[in-house]
Design a binder for this molecule. Structure first.
Ligand code: NAD
Ligand code: DAU
Length: 353
């Protein structure tokens, strides 16, 4: 099929980005998909081996903060749309390196916005900038309530503050320059290919290796979990059918306290590894809390559900089971990404256990 749209996906070698790139390359042969990624520790082209040979897919290695490079690729390829995922994404790293997060997440987003606006100026027909954001920009909930699209931004970590700031710039470019944009704010993703610094893959890896499971604080923090392929499906819908200048909240309707999630994970893994029930739970170790730890996130996803007909396809138990199976079947991937630099991060972050 002839290509009728050129789409730039940033951060496409990372966790969510790789699932999105695969979905778009496999489903839309009328699009040329350009995947721009600097390949930091979380970016991994192994995630895209199955589609890298396709004619309507191109990988571009580059840094979104490099203005000269970004302007050059926008001028060369004339992207009709941008789906922007590239970011520093781990809260704990943002506590140690807030400036690095400001640079990538705020400045990098602005460089992309500038390049997009310079390219199309007043010729916006069929163009769109899609900002992939997070529920963390809304701050923390108490015991009740849900984040709605109208909830005021109130970020608490350097990561969420940098994401909030970049969202504001996207809106500002929409208002000031007439750039068509859409933003979605999603809850915690889990699934295959997630870098094992985040809760679920870190704990899967530690259970495999019989290492302590470092639960921050009392473990009574709550997150709303969504299987990554369901997020990619939602992004596809918002990209194609979402309204310009609107925000869509995406969530799993699936709240779990960390400690309950960890116990479920232990139970499923004991079964899959043929270990006695209760073996993995003994690895749970309560450690010093994360500074500024948000108590609870929960998304009201009724807007995307009502307007675009989106709903998660998997229960959490089923998604978690598939996720564990993927990590058990891909031990080489896991060993590859946990060797080298990751070990330095790990020993520094978890020095007390
Ligand atoms: P990730 O860390 O797995 O992937 C980020 C990707 O961006 C990596 O491939 C990395 O190499 C690339 N990248 C980083 N800095 C770059 C730069 N300067 N130039 C070019 N590429 C760069 O992150 P993820 O979990 O896949 O998250 C992707 C996006 O989705 C982020 O914007 C994040 O804020 C957002 N998000 C994540 C979640 C979640 O639960 N993981 C939830 C909601 C929103
Ligand atoms: O809500 C969406 C966000 O979810 C995304 O925007 C972020 O990119 C993504 O990293 C994620 O942020 P969290 O901070 O919620 O995810 P993380 O996996 O780091 O932690 C989940 C919960 O588990 C959180 O309450 C902290 C806790 N935790 C985490 C780690 C890594 C622990 O108790 N121990 C740990 O070792």
């Amino acid at each position: 099929m002839a290509v009728n749209k050129k789409i730039l996906i940033t951060g496409g070698a990372g966790f969510i980005g790789s699932h999105l790139v695969r979905r778009f390359v496999n489903n839309y042969s009328n699009y040329h998909i350009y995947n721009l990624d600097v390949l930091n520790y979380a970016g991994n082209l192994e995630n895209l081996k199955d589609i890298e040979h396709k004619d309507h897919y191109t990988f571009l290695r580059g840094d979104i903060t490099n203005e000269v490079y970004i302007n050059s690729i926008f001028n060369a390829y004339k992207f009709d749309a941008v789906i922007h995922l590239a970011a520093e994404s781990h809260v704990d790293r943002s506590i140690k390196n807030p400036l690095g997060f400001a640079k990538t997440n705020i400045l990098g987003t602005m460089v992309l916005l500038n390049a997009f606006v310079s390219l199309w100026k007043n010729d916006w027909k069929g163009k769109r900038f899609y900002q992939i954001s997070t529920d963390e920009v809304y701050g923390s909930l108490g015991a009740s309530g849900l984040f709605k699209e109208t909830t005021p931004y109130n970020p608490n970590s350097p990561y969420s503050a940098s994401k909030a700031s970049s969202d504001h710039f996207v809106r500002a470019f929409g208002e000031t320059y007439g750039m068509p944009y859409v933003i979605s704010n999603c809850s915690n993703n889990y699934g295959p290919n997630q870098f094992p610094e985040k809760l679920i893959p870190l704990f899967i890896n530690n259970i495999i290796n019989k290492k302590p499971l470092p639960v921050y604080g009392d473990g009574n923090y709550t997150r709303d979990w969504l299987y990554v392929k369901d997020h990619a499906m939602a992004i596809d819908l918002v990209f194609h059918r979402g309204k310009n200048h609107e925000t869509y909240n995406i969530g799993g309707f699936n709240e779990y306290k960390n400690i309950d999630l960890v116990k479920l994970l232990c139970k499923q893994m004991d079964k899959k590894l043929g270990r006695d029930f209760g073996t993995s739970e003994k690895l749970i170790t309560y450690v010093k809390d994360r500074p500024g730890h948000d108590l609870r996130y929960a998304i009201d996803a009724s807007k995307i559900n009502n307007e675009l007909g989106w709903a998660p396809s998997l229960t959490f138990e089923a998604g978690l089971s598939k996720t564990i199976d993927w990590y058990l079947d891909n031990k080489a991937w896991l060993e590859n990404v946990t060797s080298g630099d990751h070990m330095n991060y790990y020993t520094n972050q978890y020095a007390d256990i």
